[in-house]
Write a protein that binds this ligand. Sequence first.
Ligand SMILES: [Zn+2]
Ligand SMILES: [Zn+2]
Length: 342
Amino acid sequence: MERLLTFDGKGIYCPRADVHIDPWEKVPKALITHGHSDHARWGMGAYLCTHESVPILQHRLGKTNRIQGIAFGENLFINGVKFSFHPAGHVIGSAQIRVEYKDEIWVVSGDYKLANDGISKAFEPVKCHTFITESTFGLPVYKWQNQTAIFDKVNTWWRKNQAEGRVSVITAYSLGKAQRLINGLDPSIGKIYTHGAIENTNSILREHNHFIQDTQFATASYNFKDYQGNMVVCPPSAANSNWVKKFKDFRLGIASGWMQMRGARRRRAADIGFILSDHADWNGLNTAIEATGANEIYVTHGFSRIYSQYLREQGYDAKIVETAFEGERLDSTEEEKIDQTT
Ligand SMILES: [Zn+2]
Ligand SMILES: [Zn+2]
């Protein structure tokens, strides 16, 4: 018997509705969990994503009427199959996609985190029989602190650099992490400057009524005096390029879940690492999976082999599935490539 969802080498496929979810090859109809470029790729015939994701996809893929929006919780029927989008808490607009037909329910979670970051809609557990999960941080060593504690550390670091007459430069993905971090900064310390990739994303989100603290585009016309004592937020790839040299006397910080890993900061030649991720940590993954009530779990990108083994030991019917999705990365990523060109 054919399953409600399958993996056909192009993406997650629903044969009965003839649509793909987060496809990585060109297909006629794509349902998209969120705007990161390993999930929302070029060349699909039509896109459906949450209303919040529409301007993000338009920015990244070009303005086109092929991108349609749907509200969280709204039901859409395609050839009798019921689809709905539910908050994933990963980045603005990110959704889990629920798929139901007869007595079979699947949830495709895309990327997710359980902590409410105050800027993405908070993760909502959705009951299902089969759950497709990422496993980016699927090892017990990954345990996140609450974000207030992390923001305190960032602001303390900023004040220290300022007292020493230096610029603070911090790296964060241009969609998601950057806005989350900016809203956690204390604007009474100084000005917040941004790399163009982040400023472009910020202005699109502000146009659509998302609150993001005031930032200024770090243009080439400013000199060291303008930046001294202030904060600059840039994508990870910019920190490894000539772009960062214009700040002359600066300290470099990295905000990533990988900063929990020994040696990661040193290998990236950063002065400080802040453990902040838009993906679920170990407890988050386990809590999310338990809350779905699902017995069958497909584990995608991340520590899929180890994590699926762990789930089997807990009594789940867990399998690994190969996809083209990427977890959080420290180097220049697919996600950043598009924004670097804008
Ligand atoms: Zn993502
Ligand atoms: Zn991803």
